[in-house]
Write a protein that binds this ligand. Structure first.
Ligand code: F6P
Length: 499
């Protein structure tokens, strides 16, 4: 394995670190506003001054980030712990002018067409409700997509069931009728405990497997479950679960808002792919976002970041990004197998504005730790109440200003705002399918860029395995728990007593 290096070993990064505490006054007024294919990024309150950014860009270049991006697009097996390529970009590629290997983009297009045909037929059928059963990437991406494009919904109503808690599926099924409900069982592996448990419940409830379809890379398991061969859709194993919403995994969204809008989503993502692969570093939005992450985590030592979309239909955005970033880069062993001695992925969390303002912004304004914030907004709304939208945006602008500038109250220290709470704002015109595609793909690439710079293997997720194995063991020992550790035994006996 060739040795990879984190950005921290580069000369430019070391210079950046040494310039931070040299006592020179910092030019925080240098406004950094940049335009990227319909998006504007305002970094003027990021706390990063022009010279810092220059050094970080130099460091990223010394870290060979562009060569690493190129290798990913060429289909090198950069997910080396699973011996797989990372080619979710093929799902939105154009085989006549491909950015990724032709065989991948052609295969993706073939599968997409089958799913789109199925979606069109379903939209014309007596199906009124679609239940997507899946978890993690088989839930968060498609759910976010169909929610974020609510103004374009024109087909059956879509529901998402992920949790193995019986409450989730029971509540969902309670308002549905088996004869006009389609179930989509989405699972890359078709072995995920939560999904298979919910799928079995749905099978009993629905009774008729003709209204079941599956999206998986494990066709045998779907056939075993009883799903008809023609109703099984697939995608390549070079698509990670959390990067799969563009594939047949997006079937629920295809049914909900139709083939044309889905293609627009893919077109937006393709634009973001092209930009990520070809734009110079200083004009490359995902790279700038990744550098802001490294600035916050590795220079400022902040360990969390709030994602605050001022767009109600992006209410699941922070949750989706949480899996994307934290499952990808929540790692402490680098690509050479060494324990890292620097921080990697922060905790991402968030809520839509203005709801968050009335919940946790108190801490963001006056708490003891600084949480960098990201505002995402659109100048236009699809809805008729323009004045509400103006209020929404005024609040977003006010919060960004208040966090950074603060407000001195010499008389009443409880009313004092220290300021200096860094943030950035990402703005676009309207949340159309194209823009949503661009946004989500840009955030995917931000995570890929972070991984290259932190030198961690972003595309596996071994950290989720231990809990799965232990849960199986506990289930097997439910009535005879002697083989378990003392604490688990005691908790289990309490559960039994309370049952
Ligand atoms: O939680 C781990 C994980 O493997 C995720 O990476 C994935 O998105 C999710 O489980 C669901 O997996 P599957 O699609 O195989 O059911």
């Amino acid at each position: 394995m060739a040795m990879n290096h984190a950005i921290f070993e580069t000369k430019a990064w070391q210079k950046l670190v040494s310039t931070q505490n040299n006592g020179n006054s910092r030019d925080l007024d240098s406004v950094m506003v940049k335009d990227f294919d319909g998006w504007v990024l305002d970094m003027s309150r990021s706390g990063i001054e022009a010279n810092d950014l220059k050094l970080m860009l130099e460091a990223a270049s010394q870290c060979q980030i562009q060569a690493q991006i190129k290798a990913a697009f060429q289909g090198e097996k950069i997910n080396f712990t699973e011996n797989r390529a990372v080619l979710h970009m093929s799902l939105r590629d154009d085989p006549s002018d491909p950015l990724t290997p032709k065989e991948n983009s052609e295969f993706a297009l073939e599968q997409l067409q089958l799913a789109l045909e199925f979606a069109t037929k379903t939209r014309q059928s007596k199906i009124t409700d679609v239940v997507n059963i899946g978890i993690g990437g088989s839930d968060l991406g498609p759910k976010l997509l169909s929610e974020s494009l609510r103004p374009y919904l024109s087909g059956p109503k879509v529901h998402y069931v992920s949790n193995v808690d019986p409450a989730h599926i029971s509540v969902t099924l309670s308002c549905l009728k088996p004869e006009n409900t389609l179930f989509i069982i989405v699972s890359k592996t078709f072995t995920t405990q939560e999904t298979m448990t919910n799928a079995m419940i749905a099978k009993k409830w629905g009774g008729n497997l003709a209204t079941f379809c599956a999206v998986t890379t494990n066709k045998e398991k779907a056939l075993e479950f009883g799903i008809d061969q023609k109703s099984i859709f697939t995608f390549g194993d070079w698509v990670g679960g959390r990067y799969s919403l563009w594939s047949t995994v997006g079937l629920s969204s295809m049914i909900a808002f139709g083939a044309d809008h889905f293609k627009q989503v893919l077109a937006g993502a393709h634009q973001a792919d092209k930009d990520f692969l070809t734009k110079p570093l200083e004009e490359n939005l995902p790279i700038l976002l990744a550098l802001w992450d490294l600035w916050n985590v590795n220079i400022k030592q902040y360990d969390s970041c709030a994602i605050l979309p001022y767009e109600h239909n992006l209410e699941s955005f922070a949750r989706w990004f949480q899996q994307l970033a934290m499952e990808s880069n929540g790692k402490s062993v680098d690509r050479n197998g060494q324990r890292v001695d620097y921080q990697t992925c922060p905790t991402y969390w968030g809520e839509v504005g203005t709801n968050g303002q009335h919940a946790f912004y108190q801490l963001l304004h006056q708490g003891t730790t600084i949480t960098p914030c990201e505002f995402i907004g659109f100048a236009q709304t699809h809805y008729k109440d323009q004045s509400s939208h103006q209020i929404l945006l005024a609040n977003m602008l006010a919060q960004a200003k208040a966090f950074y500038e603060g407000h001195e109250d010499k008389k009443n220290k409880f009313k004092n705002f220290e300021g200096g709470r860094t943030n950035l704002t990402l703005l676009s015109d309207k949340p159309t399918p194209f823009r949503i595609g661009q946004l989500l793909a840009t955030f995917e690439h931000r995570v890929m860029a972070q991984g290259f710079l932190w030198n961690v293997p972003s595309f596996d997720q071994w950290g989720v395995e231990l809990g799965k194995v232990l849960a199986k063991g506990i289930l097997e020992s439910w009535n005879d728990s002697k083989s378990l550790d003392k604490t688990t035994q005691s908790l289990l006996s309490t559960i039994r007593k309370f049952s």
